[in-house]
Write a protein that binds this ligand. Structure first.
Ligand code: GLA
Length: 726
């Protein structure tokens, strides 16, 4: 049993194989957080300390006992107006205008299996894999009721948290803040690891100490964003890749979010993640409920590599769904960097024919195939194939590509519209726009109001028609601007629009998953602007970045790897000089980096050299041969692209019998000292043979001292080593 309630001591204990989480119903019914850490039995109630601390008040029920204060007790659901002056997880404006929420324990239920959330993505698991704890707490005055949902997946070392707020009173209330999960630590010195960035430079690793101040990261953009990823790690000061305690909090949501971390006045640490509060004010009429999206929490005391493995496994097996979840994805060629908007059906068929010669399996027709979309100022919203450009119907084109022997994929951006489109002319009121104001334009486009059902239905009808019309086996779902004009004509409560928008998006994606289970969907948002676990529930892979430069990708993919598995990372080889930063790298380096993802190419054959072309076939073969290991093996970061002379990573099969190592030196100097790459995850005391050279190496030495990279002149090389245990 992974969830245990001790009636006498009023303790809820949640066990995974290697971690324990404990909650206590406090003397006055508050839900106190006792412990999250290494697996242990027994009560951790002793960790709470009580004292009469100046300016930390006590609940009225405590009477003359001034030692009980919510201002320093660790809590599961800290809320406003209870005497806790740290950051609350829940702020509600009550019907009378007051803002207090004082939640007291009411009931609990333990269920087999993992809870699901209506309309929202969530970790899934069957009854043998998970248990659910639901704790219900209520404000006795307003009758606001909150269900705290905990999903415990023992073998994943994962505990999820979500929250449902119900209005049990008789007036309308507003939720002003709903952080889905809070972690209170009574002691310790921690670092916050977060992933910041911008378009074409996403998920840049950042590690900062948690100090006596609020550190806030998040997105106000209506999307999870390039700017910050909705994933944070709280690590002990001394935690490394191989050792030390660390906690992850990953938000399963694709809209705006906020994560906060700070030390309080008594040196405790509070970390929270949840919905972005700005432009959020969710109305609840009597009897209505609101669901705060899920957070995936995970703990290990064995360092950051193990924490990543726990997330990789959870995402691969319990977030991603569908037919493609476990399969190696087809090697593709994408038309975007090959020809941007300037293609015809014939050119695409030619691209497919050339690609076929190199063993490529799928052609993706990117942006430009519909309406009069010859540039990015028009036609979004008009999902009607441009038959003149394609040289016939979409079906005819797809059939031609299929005859060449390639699958066919297509690009869509369903949430957007250009003013220059039939859709906008017919439905100008379908966009998010503030009355009386000119909207902010992003890439000449406006955002459709997906908080409204008729808009979602209208676009779904168009897209369905396209997908039904031909043998389409892959869809790249794009999203190319942020939401700035938050106003929907569908409601009087504008504070609900951004959340309802995401529900509309998920509804569309869910329908698409159900109706077209044989289509592989890749998420995308100007590259990796919506790279989150919410999208991964519907799209098992996401285009990692619009930046295809191999050296920048080392940093982007390094940051991505902390939370997300290789199988989710869309990664392609493009031409040099690179179109995003002008850097020139050999095709071997570009391929080595792109293979740490779902692999493909993105160029026209006319734009590459004969030497580059010669390399392709064996690259595709190499990928296909090694992809099962690369996608399913345990992924280890071997060095840092920010601190080390070479960036290296490796994948090791679950049984330790095979390993794949890739290294890309990024520094070159005169009289260069040797660069050793220390391997990880091999079987101790075993011997490994490197497949190409036949050389035999002791695992212990590879892991302790490392593997020296060859001493070679010149910039940008990639070294691949494949080991087998003997
Ligand atoms: C976004 C994507 C690109 C490409 C273009 C098409 O920027 O990230 O890969 O699909 O849109 O307009």
């Amino acid at each position: 049993m992974s969830v245990i309630f001790n009636e006498k001591e009023k303790l809820f204990t949640l066990h995974t194989n290697n971690s324990t989480y404990q909650i206590k119903i406090g003397t006055y019914g508050h839900l106190l957080h006792l412990y999250y850490g290494h697996r242990t039995e027994g009560s951790m109630e002793y960790l709470l300390t009580y004292a009469d601390r100046g300016f930390s008040g006590s609940p009225y029920d405590a009477g003359s006992d001034r030692t009980y204060s919510l201002d320093f007790l660790p809590q599961e659901i800290p809320s406003s107006g209870t005497g806790d002056f740290r950051s609350p997880a829940l702020i509600i404006e009550n019907a009378d205008g007051s803002c207090a929420v004082d939640l007291r324990y009411k009931s609990y239920e333990i269920r087999k299996g993992k809870y699901a959330l209506k309309g929202l993505p969530a970790v899934y698991a069957d009854e043998s894999e998970a248990e659910t704890l639901e704790i219900v707490a209520e404000d006795p005055v307003t009758k606001v009721e909150v269900s705290l949902l905990y999903g415990v997946l023992p073998s994943c070392d994962v505990i999820t948290r979500a929250m449902i707020v119900r209005n049990g009173g008789n007036g309308k209330i507003y939720i002003e803040k709903a952080a889905s999960a809070t972690l209170d630590f009574v002691t310790g010195r921690y670092d916050l690891i977060s992933f910041n960035g911008r378009h074409t430079m996403e998920r840049i690793f950042q590690r900062t100490p948690i100090l006596h101040m609020d550190q806030v990261i998040g997105s106000r953009r209506g999307m999870s964003s390039h700017e910050f990823n909705p994933f944070v790690i709280v690590a002990d000061k001394n935690t490394t890749e191989d050792d030390g305690s660390c906690y992850g909090m990953m938000f399963v949501y694709s809209g705006g979010f906020k994560a906060e971390a700070g030390q309080d006045q008594y040196n405790g640490t509070r970390v929270q993640i949840g919905l972005m509060e700005e432009k959020f004010r969710y109305p609840l009429c009597p009897g209505e409920a609101f669901t705060a999206p899920e957070v995936i929490m995970s703990f290990t005391d064995r360092g950051l590599s193990v924490l990543s493995h726990q997330y990789h496994h959870c995402i691969r097996k319990h977030v991603c769904r569908g037919k493609f979840r476990d399969s190696v994805r087809p090697v593709l060629i994408n038309s975007w960097e090959a020809s941007y908007f300037n293609f015809t059906g014939d050119l695409l068929v030619e691209l497919a024919e050339e690609a076929k010669k190199e063993g490529i399996e799928m052609l993706v027709m990117d942006d430009g195939w519909f309406g009069t979309r010859d540039d990015d100022t028009q036609s979004l919203g008009d999902w009607v194939p441009n038959e003149e450009k394609l040289g016939g119907t979409l079906k005819q084109l797809v059939d031609r590509v299929n005859q060449v022997g390639l699958k066919f994929g297509i690009w869509i951006e369903p949430e957007m519209v250009n003013e220059r489109s039939t859709l906008y002319r017919e439905h100008p009121d379908w966009v998010l726009a503030i009355p009386g104001r000119k909207p902010v334009l992003g890439r000449s486009q406006l955002v459709l109001d997906f908080s409204r059902k008729e808009v979602v239905d209208g676009i779904y009808g168009q897209i369905r028609k396209v997908l039904q019309s031909a043998n389409i086996e892959y869809v790249k779902w794009d999203y190319n601007r942020c939401i700035s004009d938050v106003f929907s004509i569908g409601t009087k409560d504008q504070g609900r629009v951004l959340y309802d928008y995401i529900l509309g998006l998920y509804n569309f994606l869910e329908r698409m998953n159900r109706e077209f289970p044989n289509i592989l969907i890749e998420g995308c948002s100007g590259g990796g602007g919506r790279f989150d676990a919410g999208m991964l529930y519907y799209t098992p892979q996401i285009w990692c970045s619009d930046n295809t430069d191999a050296i920048d990708r080392l940093r982007i993919q390094y940051g991505t790897s902390f939370g997300y598995p290789v199988s989710c990372v869309g990664s392609h080889v493009s031409i040099v000089p690179n179109e995003q930063n002008g850097r020139v790298t050999p095709i071997e380096v570009r391929a080595a980096v792109a293979m740490a993802g779902s692999f493909g190419y993105e160029f026209s054959f006319a734009s590459i050299s004969a030497k580059e072309r010669d390399a392709m076939k064996s690259q595709v073969e190499h990928f296909k041969e090694n992809a099962p290991l690369m996608q399913n093996g345990k992924y280890y970061r071997l060095s840092s692209p920010f601190a080390d002379e070479a960036t290296a990573w490796m994948m090791v099969s679950e049984d330790g019998k095979e390993a794949y190592v890739a290294a890309v030196p990024t520094e070159i100097h005169g009289n260069m000292p040797p660069v050793y790459i220390r391997l990880r995850g091999l079987t101790k005391d075993a011997l490994y043979r490197e497949k190409e050279s036949g050389k035999v190496y002791p695992a212990n030495a590879l892991m302790q001292t490392g593997l020296p990279l060859p001493h070679e002149m010149g910039e940008y090389k990639a070294y691949i080593y494949r080991f087998e245990k003997i």
